[in-house]
Write a protein that binds this ligand. Structure first.
Ligand SMILES: [Zn+2]
Length: 456
């Protein structure tokens, strides 16, 4: 069954054909690790996890890289605020990210390159851009010369003239064109820095993906994926850097972008107080329901996130697991689980997960009605392709025993906040003790107070 994928670069859905059918290469822009990620950041990894599952069925080898950005000014700020070394922040939140993704049923990538362990390849790539006249050094910085790459703006469909000129923004004095972007910048002694031909400094953000992608997957890759919010300037800049550093070779043959999440119809923002961390959602809801919700819309469209939607996803899973629980005594046929054709067809059609989920519902009904081993196997096989229905049905229904009353906890935290604001520290401590007795650990930080179910 051929796979068709929408390509953001050509703005068309095209039959997918890898450069080398023996080895498909795919790169997804990963997180900057300075904090817990929010649920919007999880949509790409979950959606593209399904794509990787599909590709692995079709091709003998899929090399999938998802990077960790562990050098960034937001990381520096967090480390300074907390008075700890940068590595403490990045190590902690890279691990939290892996745990969050595992919680959502996302398989680890084959390669997880870190920017700080690729400074050599980054410097080499910048040098080749300088040698070929696509970059220039100025005041300790190295900048990419956007004017040197006529295809700049092709991915985002922006007018290169406009990008070159830049509008109404203050332009740094060392830039030739307003649109030029930083490849390397100088570091002072209190910031992370590496020796380079341009002095002690650190890479800009865009160059790391170009350098790490080339280092692990080669000059030309089959698929480059990420959130649509990265399309410009990040991906536009990646194309410029990689194409120019590799003598005009195509960088990524398919560009895939997932749409953003909205929250009850609104954009997520700190001021609206609707920033939902994966870390917290995983404790409040069945993780599989979160995954199901993230797959319930087409990946290119925006997806709305709400309590009601999670409740809906949970009840859908209740229905499917009820079928599997009723069939617990039915032994599966020997061999691998079958992959239902209609589910595979839906995914081969530009990863149409809503259609695949509708087919899964049909299979659940069929299994309930027939009660046959084949129908049960087909339901489980369809679930496997989507990363759903893989836990024991009994375990799914037992989950309620360990859930906590989140609303009550939030209420207590608000009371504690009010007590602290009123400098009533005795009252604040009493509430903290009360939470501890409920086995709830709390952590005060710059972002407010976070809580979690204490381990052990
Ligand atoms: Zn990237």
């Amino acid at each position: 069954m051929p796979i068709s994928l929408y390509n953001s670069l050509t703005r068309r859905t095209e039959p997918f054909a890898p450069l080398d059918p023996e080895r498909v290469t795919m790169y997804l822009c990963g997180p900057t690790v300075y904090n817990y990620v929010h649920i919007g950041n999880a949509r790409g990894p979950v959606v593209f996890d399904v794509l990787v599952r599909l590709l692995r069925r079709h091709y003998p080898q899929v090399l999938y890289a998802r990077n960790i950005t562990d050098v960034d000014d937001k990381i520096n700020t967090a480390a300074q605020q907390q008075g700890v070394p940068i590595g403490t922040i990045t190590g902690r939140f890279a691990q939290a990210y892996r745990e969050d993704m595992a919680g959502l049923g996302v398989a680890p990538p084959d390669i997880e390159p870190h920017a700080t362990t690729h400074i050599g390849p980054i410097i080499t790539m910048i040098e080749s851009l300088l040698d070929s006249g696509h970059a220039y050094a100025a005041e300790g910085h190295v900048l990419f010369d956007v004017g040197s790459f006529p295809a700049y703006g092709e991915l985002s469909g922006r007018d290169p003239e406009e990008l070159l000129a830049g509008a109404r923004v203050e332009v740094a004095p060392y830039k030739r064109n307003a649109g030029d972007f930083v490849l390397w910048k100088p570091s002072t002694s209190d910031l992370p820095g590496w020796d380079s031909p341009w002095g002690v400094g650190r890479p800009g953000w865009h160059i790391e993906c170009s350098a790490m992608s080339a280092a692990h997957l080669g000059d030309t890759i089959d698929i480059h994926a990420g959130g649509v919010d990265l399309l410009f300037p990040h991906h536009e800049n990646e194309i410029a850097q990689s194409t120019c550093a590799h003598g005009g070779k195509v960088f990524a043959r398919w560009w895939m972008h997932n749409g953003m999440l909205t929250f009850d119809g609104r954009k997520m923002s700190k001021s609206l107080g609707n920033v939902l961390l994966v870390h917290e959602l995983l404790q409040l809801h069945p993780p599989e329901a979160l995954r199901l919700r993230l797959l319930s819309g087409h990946y290119r469209q925006p997806l709305d996130w709400s309590e009601a939607a999670i409740t809906q996803a949970t009840s859908t899973l209740d229905g499917w697991y009820r079928v599997l629980r009723d069939l617990a005594g039915v032994e599966l046929p020997a061999g691998e689980l079958p992959v239902p054709e209609r589910i595979e067809a839906a995914l081969c059609d530009d990863l149409n997960t809503p259609q695949a989920l509708a087919e899964l519902s049909v299979l659940a009904d069929a299994a309930r009605q027939s009660g046959s081993a084949e129908a049960k196997a087909t339901l489980l096989g369809g679930g496997a392709l989507l990363g759903l229905l893989q836990q024991d049905a009994e375990a799914w229904f037992r989950r309620g025993e360990s859930t906590v009353d989140a609303a009550h906890i939030e209420e207590l935290l608000q009371q504690r906040q009010a007590a602290r604001a009123a400098r009533d520290f005795a009252r604040a401590d009493t509430i903290r003790d009360e939470l501890a007795a409920m086995n709830i650990a709390i952590e005060d930080g710059a972002q407010g107070t976070r809580w979690s179910v204490a381990k052990g």
